[in-house]
Design a protein around this ligand. Structure first.
Ligand SMILES: C[S@@+](CC[C@H](N)C(=O)[O-])C[C@H]1O[C@@H](n2cnc3c(N)ncnc32)[C@H](O)[C@@H]1O
Length: 328
């Protein structure tokens, strides 16, 4: 953090991951290398922008090169080159910064481009940096895993590559996606949406060397009581959950204030046109125009739904109600 990289035309700009950008490969070499390793996908030379279109070049011979599909405010640090499209000049807000450490930066290409997340990135509300963990891999094969001490199935992510990626991000809140973590909740997302920079670490293989977790991870978070192949889906869930809480990210801010989990309850059933669908009519109260009755009906539905579907949430809700309003 904190070093600078040069921009086309000699202007300086902050580099989010200084040491990793100090790469020496000339662009042509990087391109040739990438074509060999990944085919034509990774860089499309004819898509490289003219300098006047705000393409930035990194320091000391490193190159900022456009990702064929990365959003305008997404930085990808990958494959011995780094590419970034600058936020446009109309971006005046200070964006929430989310860094993702992953073996598969390309996993995020489409989800970061579409829908409200794509728009939030485009508008500079959030800045996502994808760091390819493979950059820190060991040897010619950029190995990231090794066999577990004590034997057992699968491989374990080594501590050193994680250290190299995470140490420069010490100022950020570093979160490891892990089935052993605390379950992801709305209140966790609330906390992160107003907090400082966030780093999401996506595990793979059978897990991560505990020493790297102890030294470089601030919090472990689980998506639920099941096992996925990697942490990328969890990182995307977190990005979506945080982005929709940012002021201006969703059209009607009320929608993030009146939804499931806000008051410990699930949301009530929703209806829209037509008023009758396959012979089933919308509850009469919703057509009444009586706002007090509608609010009462919605609250009763929320409570009933939570009681029947989520006894865990319901008990916590009842306990909280008792605390706030103890029986006399
Ligand atoms: C195959 S999993 C490893 C599972 C591990 N052996 C265990 O039993 O807990 C590989 C990686 O996927 C991610 N992952 C899998 N399931 C997850 C979940 N429920 N929540 C968050 N991350 C998960 C983690 O980053 C994990 O390190």
């Amino acid at each position: 953090m904190g070093s600078t990289s040069r921009r086309a035309g000699g202007r300086s700009m902050p580099s989010p991951h200084g040491s990793m950008l100090a790469l020496e490969a000339p662009l042509a070499t990087v391109r040739a290398w990438l074509r060999r390793v990944r085919g034509a996908r990774a860089l499309a030379p004819n898509r490289r922008r003219d300098r006047s279109e705000s393409l930035s070049h990194g320091e000391a011979g490193a190159s900022w090169v456009e990702s064929p599909s990365a959003s305008r405010c997404t930085t990808v640090v990958s494959d011995r080159t780094s590419y970034r499209l600058n936020p446009s000049s109309e971006d005046t807000l200070s964006p929430v910064k989310i860094t993702v450490i992953t073996m598969f930066p390309e996993y995020f290409d489409s989800p970061l481009e579409i829908s409200l997340v794509g728009k939030a990135i485009e508008r500079g509300l959030v800045e996502v940096t994808l760091i390819d963990l493979r950059l820190q891999g060991r040897g010619v094969h950029r190995q990231l895993d090794d066999a577990p001490f004590g034997g057992g199935a699968g491989m374990v992510m080594m501590a050193e590559p994680l250290r190299e990626s995470l140490a420069p991000l010490a100022g950020s809140h570093r979160v490891l996606l892990s089935p052993s973590g605390a379950p992801l909740t709305q209140s966790t997302l609330d906390r992160w949406a107003i907090g400082g920079p966030l780093t999401l670490v996506c595990g793979r293989y059978e897990g991560v060397d505990q020493r790297a977790i102890d030294a470089y991870i601030d919090e472990e978070i689980s998506l639920g009581d099941y096992v996925l192949l990697g942490g990328e889906a969890g990182a995307l869930a977190i990005i979506e959950g945080v982005v929709r809480l940012l002021p201006g990210a969703v059209g009607n801010p009320d929608s993030t204030r009146t939804e499931s989990f806000r008051d410990g309850l699930l949301e009530e059933p929703q209806y829209t046109r037509p008023a009758e669908f396959e012979g089933v009519e919308v509850p009469e109260v919703l057509l009444s125009g009586n706002h007090a009755r509608i609010a009462e009906w919605r609250q009763a539905q929320r409570e009933e739904r939570t009681r029947s579907r989520r006894p865990d949430l319901w008990s916590a809700y009842v306990a909280r109600q008792r605390q706030e309003d103890p029986p006399s």
